[in-house]
Design a protein around this ligand. Structure first.
Ligand SMILES: [Zn+2]
Length: 167
C-alpha cells in the first residue's frame, strides 16, 4: 500500500509512525506545509527508504508564507516530490484566494521549468481551478482521494500527481 499524503511531522510520535510503517511494509509520501518544514521532516525519515518527503507550501498558509518561495526554489532541484500545494476554496480560505493562486502558479511554473515533479495536490472546493492550473503547465494523469491519506488509484500507475480533495 502507498499513502501519497501523510503529515508525518504533525503526529505526536513520528518515530513510532515510521516504525509502524516499516513493520507493515508501507510506502509513504510525507507532505510538508511550508518549505522551512522540509528539512526537519525529511530528516525524520532519512533512514526509512520507503518513506519520501515532498516539498510543499499549503494553500491555507500561502498568504502568510509566500516569502518562503525563494527557499522552495532553492530546495527544488534536489527534490523529486512536491506537496502539499494547491488551492483551497473553502469560505475561511477564500479571502486569500489571490495569494493562493500566485503561490500555486509560481510553484507549477518552477516545477515545470525544472522538468516536472511528482505532485500531491490539495484541492478543496477548487478542483476546476487546480486542474486548469495544472493543465497549463503539463499534460497529466491523476487520481483523486476523498481525504488526506487516500491511496492513489491503481488504474493510473504512471500518474504524475495525486489530488487530495475535500468539502
Ligand atoms: Zn494535507
Amino acid at each position: 500500500m502507498i499513502d501519497f499524503h501523510c503529515h508525518l511531522d504533525l503526529y505526536p510520535d513520528p518515530a513510532g509512525v515510521i516504525d509502524d510503517c516499516r513493520r507493515r511494509g508501507l510506502y509513504v509520501l510525507c507532505v510538508t506545509t511550508t518549505p522551512t518544514a522540509w528539512k526537519g521532516t525529511s530528516a525524520l525519515a532519512e533512514h526509512a527508504p520507503r518513506i519520501r518527503t515532498a516539498l510543499g507550501l499549503h494553500p491555507q498558509l500561502a498568504h502568510e508564507r509566500r516569502g518562503e518561495l525563494p527557499l522552495f526554489d532553492e530546495l527544488l532541484p534536489q527534490i523529486h516530490y512536491v506537496g502539499e500545494v494547491g488551492l483551497d476554496g473553502a469560505p475561511e480560505s477564500r479571502p486569500h484566494w489571490h495569494a493562493q493562486v500566485a503561490v500555486f502558479e509560481h510553484i507549477l511554473a518552477t516545477c515545470s521549468a525544472a522538468g516536472g515533479r511528482i505532485m500531491s495536490l490539495h484541492s478543496r472546493r477548487a478542483s476546476d481551478a487546480v486542474l486548469a492550473g495544472k493543465s497549463k503547465t503539463s499534460p497529466c494523469q491523476w487520481s483523486a482521494g476523498n481525504d488526506a491519506g487516500a491511496a492513489p488509484s491503481s488504474a493510473s500507475p504512471s500518474a504524475s500527481f495525486f489530488l487530495e480533495t475535500g468539502k
